[in-house]
Write a protein that binds this ligand. Structure first.
Ligand code: PMP
Length: 354
């Protein structure tokens, strides 16, 4: 009697922990500030496009996602061959690792960063090489370069960095990429790019380098987290590999229609991004005034370095009906929400004292 084998690469791979929903507190409105979602409801035009697509749900989606590829190609002024769409940008990352890594290969990334990285790397049998952030919670690009070795296949740069907030400067990124060996893939994860004050010009690097990929998503600035659609802009050879690995029919017709309609409504959506950025800046400034050492944030969230008090502080938020994202022993990530939600966050911070 045996049992089916589970690959040893899966031993010790942690489960992905999604942000928890809030529980209601004392009749006050609960807010979910734990998954970096966009608090705005869908635009009517986006909802209409989804409703229309829903009428076709007895059919498989367009596997070629032709309209979405065409819209993205216009949006970024790149050929369709340089794009790969998948079930959220996290899926694109998994596909990139599946396409590039063998057992024993190494993937370098900053830590702390997006918690899907160590999971995705271990799942393909590769070895994570984690390079600590600087004391300003930024990528230490020099140390990341030094961590690249013979077995390194991929280096991931998360900018702005989830969960700490700072972005990598445009010139710093270009200089970094120029120093990475050409046979190492540089994945620039720009899930929060639209919230950043200064763009990185990473997209340009995908045109001039054969080893640079940019990940983008409709989940954050475009407010489509529930529909799961993200994409890579990459040299054609890399984009083609991602498309080969991607699950067939992974992006639903609803998601495709919503993404196309969102690109059409970009101006209105980016106005919402501007409002969220203004709320972020207001909230971070007020938190700092209260004495909290919040690092720079270029995204739709900010970081509270709560160290040993993390669990306790997260519970205080939870008792107030605010679900935030604790990383035990390290800090708390708070998503920017509606004005009232952010005021409530500041109320808790005031009460806690720094
Ligand atoms: N990259 C980063 C840095 C993220 O924070 C997230 C979402 N939390 C993703 C990628 C994945 O986004 P999605 O799969 O929804 O496109």
């Amino acid at each position: 009697m045996g049992e089916p084998r589970i690959r040893t690469a899966l031993d010790g791979v942690p489960d992905y922990r999604p942000g928890r929903p809030p529980s209601a507190a004392d009749g006050r409105v609960p807010y979910k500030l734990s998954s970096n979602e966009n608090p705005y409801p869908p635009l009517p035009g986006v909802l209409a496009a989804v409703t229309e697509a829903a009428a076709r749900m007895n059919r498989y989606p367009d596997m070629g996602a032709v309209d979405l590829y065409a819209a993205l190609s216009r949006h970024h002024a790149v050929p369709v061959s340089d794009l790969a769409v998948a079930t959220g940008s996290v899926a694109v990352l998994y596909h990139l690792l599946q396409a590039t890594c063998e057992h024993g290969d190494e993937v370098v990334y900053a830590w702390r960063s997006f918690e899907a990285y160590p999971i995705a790397v271990r799942l393909v049998g590769a070895t994570p090489v984690e390079v600590p952030l600087t004391s300003a919670a930024e990528h230490d690009l020099e140390a990341m370069l030094a961590a690249i070795g013979e077995r390194t296949r991929v280096v991931v740069v998360c900018t702005p960095n989830n969960p700490t907030g700072p972005g990598v400067g445009s010139d710093a990124l270009a200089e970094f990429v120029a120093r990475v060996p050409e046979d190492v893939l540089v994945v620039v994860d720009e899930a929060y790019a639209e919230f950043a004050a200064k763009p990185t010009r990473a997209l340009e690097l995908t045109r001039t380098r054969d080893n640079v990929v940019v990940l983008r998503t409709f989940s954050k600035a475009y407010g489509l987290a529930g529909l799961r659609v993200g994409y890579a802009v990459a040299p054609a050879r890399i984009a083609s590999a991602v498309r080969k690995v991607a699950l067939p029919f992974g992006v639903s017709d609803l998601a495709q229609a919503a993404a196309v309609a969102s690109l059409d409504a970009e101006e209105e959506l980016l106005d919402r991004v501007d409002a969220l950025v203004a709320e972020r800046d207001r909230t971070v400034a007020a938190a700092r005034e209260l004495g909290w050492p919040v690092p720079d944030s270029q995204a739709n969230f900010f970081w509270l370095p709560t160290a040993g008090r993390t669990t306790e502080v997260a519970e205080v938020f939870a008792r107030d009906g605010l679900a935030v994202r604790p990383f035990a022993g390290d800090g708390i990530r708070v998503t920017i929400g509606e004005r009232d939600a952010n005021d409530r966050v500041l109320e808790v911070l005031r009460r806690l004292g720094s």
